[in-house]
Design a binder for this molecule. Structure first.
Ligand code: HEC
Length: 102
């Protein structure tokens, strides 16, 4: 019983930390996502076989990819200009938005 309570408390604490770490704002991301829809679709489901779906993808993964394109670590001629001017906050908000889509 004691052990179960401890496990529950740990889970709650971890969930709280995770929520705090993600200060991203999906609504703000949605407002910025208009330019992404042309390829990734208005709901994050892409319009062509060579464009990836973003809907429901892991938030941390999306964020890492957006930053990688922006910073030149991942190269793609289409993506680079799309994310070039994004701040870290913009990138986090976009990741939160696309991740929240089903
Ligand atoms: C002109 C078409 C186009 C537009 C507009 C576009 N993308 Fe992309 N995006 C692509 C293509 C193509 C890829 C795959 C790149 C590759 O092969 O590495 C991609 C890949 C990605 C990935 C990585 C997905 C994965 O599974 O690894 C993310 C994240 C992403 N785009 C986010 C965005 C965001 C956010 C926007 C809007 C700011 C955007 N894209 C606008 C074409 C586009």
């Amino acid at each position: 019983m004691k052990r179960q309570i401890l496990t529950t408390l740990t889970a709650v604490a971890l969930a709280t930390i995770t929520n705090m770490a993600s200060a991203a704002d999906a609504a703000a991301g949605k407002a910025k996502a208009g330019s992404c829809a042309g390829c990734h679709g208005p709901k994050g489901i892409s319009i062509a076989p060579t464009y990836p779906n973003l809907a429901g993808q892991k938030e941390a993964y999306l964020l890492a990819q957006i930053k990688a394109f922006r910073d030149g670590a991942r190269k793609n001629a289409m993506m680079e200009p799309m994310v070039k001017g994004l701040s870290d906050a913009d990138a986090a908000n976009l990741a939160a938005y696309f991740s929240s889509l089903k």
